[in-house]
Ligand binder design. Structure first.
Ligand SMILES: Cc1cc2nc3c(=O)[nH]c(=O)nc-3n(C[C@H](O)[C@H](O)[C@H](O)COP(=O)(O)OP(=O)(O)OC[C@H]3O[C@@H](n4cnc5c(N)ncnc54)[C@H](O)[C@@H]3O)c2cc1C
Length: 605
């Protein structure tokens, strides 16, 4: 058989009736996704350094499916004839489909922005599929998909994709890994220019935006407004200093942008596609809420997870968690919670952030609990899990609010540390989080003063951290001491530290004050919920008869594990009275509460 004959047979039924279509060179070559080198070249042209991170294996991003698997994938889709030039999706579209190419060829294009021309991001021929993680996150489309060569595609709707993920483990693994790998590749390809963020490197508003983008794993590119690349980008987009921070996307520019405004544009705010009530709404996407979402969704509950800031909670601010079960070499909180987000999405949980819960009606409306969101929307659900954790305590110092995000930080990750690298910093606090931050910052070349109010650093800190701090040449531990004054212009430049043993005060340079002095429970949005004197929420055996109102008499049951005094409302993690304030404890509580949610829901019917 000649190559021509073979090709025409393949055209007749490209995935069936012969060996793997992928053995036919040129017929079904794997999708050709733009690589990080493209972005490096692009960045180099902006005078920026190479990223140097490893490539995602092409075999994962562009898997070769054998005939049987490919036919199974097609069976989830609806066929559509395509013609050269047809547009299959475009930036701004909601609810994109996974597009499986049975015949023909399509290309994925990042459309032109004010400062860069359009670029082809991927070419997908017969045997491949088009799609990335936004299929699961619900983010609006930010690229364009156009037909290169006529043929047939099969559209797999988000609903059908979730069914595939739930039913077909083998296919689900391949497709899910490809979606994740593509997000990695796209973040480091020219596609990142689809969402450009520009702002001051030390601006609190820009940091909030970048933190949100990083935690959501958004495809984006950051421009420091004080660099030539940043200035060039601002000029070509017609932006002034007053507009910062700004986000430039295809067809839209957000000036003085906020995470909420960006989420709205990207379609990541809360929106309900189904008219059915939610089984369980989880408020707070830290470790406790994420664990509840993973277990809720994986056990078949229609699960919504909300966070007022972004996914990850306090844990995402931890540069290195060394005591999480099963990770002897530690892992970053952002990695741990980032993987949990993917897991929750894979099982079909709906995530929305930033999305602040402002009120929970204590009385059930029939079988449902009503949760009110900041934007005025309401969510009716059969059960609610409160996983809102705790908020950071601050020092009562003049100018503290001025320097928040501009020299005062509540986390010590790469994002915060970058602005202080090599300069002196101050860490306040005597618990493990302060010790970890001090070591991390010292490891990045800063002289670190660790300011501890108590007489002994070992009182609240794990012994392994105390030993390392004492051995580190760039860490000075100052016990019985307090920060008593802050100075600087737009950014923090100096702190005064008072030694309480003799009340002497010394001013010293400080480009970053990292505050780790504990937290208050995030419960101010709740009414009618039983708490302890310290404001943390009491549940099950912590409740007494006086806490349990008339609703309990009709239910004829006692509160279930993690259930509050409001039937069907649960509290887990750091917000829970007596909790251990550790990641493992929070995830354990979040997962365990789902067993109670099942029982509570079953008593409703
Ligand atoms: C820097 C640092 C280092 C740490 N290191 C370790 C460690 O090494 N090991 C360890 O075990 N623990 C560590 N911890 C503690 C650990 O991170 C917490 O115990 C854990 O994150 C608690 O999880 P959570 O889900 O209960 O709450 P959180 O992680 O606090 O998450 C709560 C979430 O709820 C959201 N929220 C609050 N109110 C609302 C609302 N009204 N509407 C919507 N969303 C809301 C918040 O935005 C937040 O994302 C560290 C903490 C910090 C800050």
């Amino acid at each position: 058989m000649t190559a021509m004959d073979e090709r025409s047979r393949a055209d007749a039924a490209p995935w069936a009736g012969r060996g793997s279509v992928f053995s036919q060179a040129g017929l079904a070559r794997p999708a050709d996704w733009a690589t990080p080198d493209d972005l490096d070249r692009l960045r180099a042209s902006h005078g920026r350094r190479r990223l140097g991170r490893p490539l995602v294996p092409t075999s994962v991003a562009s898997p070769r499916l054998d005939d049987e698997l490919f036919a199974r994938l097609l069976s989830y889709g609806t066929p559509q004839e395509i013609h050269r030039g047809d547009v299959l999706f475009r930036p701004g579209d909601e609810d994109a489909d996974l597009i499986v190419v049975a015949r023909g060829s399509v290309e994925v294009v990042r459309t032109a922005t004010a400062d860069v021309p359009a670029a082809t991001v991927a070419v997908v021929d017969a045997g491949g599929f088009v799609g990335e993680l936004n299929l699961l996150t619900g983010q609006n489309v930010y690229l364009l998909c156009r037909v290169r060569g006529a043929g047939t595609v099969y559209r797999v709707s988000p609903e059908r994709l979730r069914q595939l993920m739930a039913i077909d483990v083998e296919l689900s693994d391949i497709v899910f890994k490809a979606l994740i790998a593509r997000r990695e590749l796209l973040q480091r390809s020219t596609a990142a220019l689809a969402v450009e963020i520009v702002g001051g490197a030390r601006s609190a508003a820009a940091l909030a935006l970048r933190t949100y983008a990083a935690r959501q794993r958004l495809i984006h590119l950051w421009f420091d407004a004080d660099t030539p690349a940043g200035r060039a980008m601002m000029e070509s987009s017609g932006l002034t200093e007053d507009d910062l921070p700004a986000v430039v996307m295809s067809g839209t520019t957000l000036k003085q942008a906020t995470p909420g405004g960006l989420a709205e544009k990207l379609g990541l705010s809360y929106r309900r596609s189904s008219t059915k009530p939610v089984d369980v709404t989880i408020v707070g996407a830290g470790p406790a809420g994420l664990a509840a979402a993973v277990y809720g969704a994986s056990e078949g509950l229609d699960t919504v997870l909300l966070d007022g800031v972004g996914t990850g909670g306090q844990a995402a601010a931890s540069s290195r968690i060394e005591n999480y079960f099963g990770f002897p070499f530690g892992l970053s909180g952002a990695d741990l919670t980032g993987l949990a987000v993917l897991q929750a999405l894979k099982f079909g949980a709906q995530l929305a952030s930033p999305c602040q819960a402002v009120k929970l009606d204590a009385d059930r409306n029939g079988d449902l609990l009503r949760l009110h969101l900041e934007g005025g929307e309401v969510i009716d659900s059969k059960a609610v899990v409160i996983a809102t954790g705790a908020r950071y305590r601050v020092l009562p110092l003049e100018r503290w609010p001025d320097f928040e995000g501009a020299g005062i930080y509540y986390a010590a990750t790469e994002l915060e540390a970058r602005g202080c690298m090599g300069s002196p910093v101050t860490v306040v606090g005597g618990a493990n989080s302060a010790g970890q931050a001090a070591l991390y910052l010292a490891g990045r070349g800063s002289e670190v003063s660790l300011v501890v109010r108590g007489p002994d650093v070992a009182a609240e800190m794990s012994a392994y951290l105390v030993d390392r701090l004492q051995a580190h040449p760039r860490v000075t531990v100052r016990c019985r001491s307090e920060v008593t004054r802050l100075d600087g212009g737009d950014f923090l430049q100096e702190v005064s530290i008072t030694d309480r043993t003799n009340d002497s005060t010394q001013a010293q340079p400080c480009s970053g004050l990292f505050c780790f002095i504990g937290a208050e429970p995030a419960t101010s949005w709740l009414t009618g919920i039983a708490t302890g004197d310290d404001g943390f929420i009491r549940t099950d055996v912590q409740l007494n008869d006086d806490d349990l109102g008339p609703a309990w008499a009709t239910l004829r049951r006692q509160p279930l594990p993690f259930e509050t005094n409001i039937p069907g409302v649960f509290a887990v993690g750091d917000v829970h009275s007596g909790s251990m304030k550790r990641v493992a404890a929070a995830t354990g509580e979040g997962a365990s509460a789902i067993a109670s949610v099942h029982k509570a829901i079953s008593t409703l019917v």
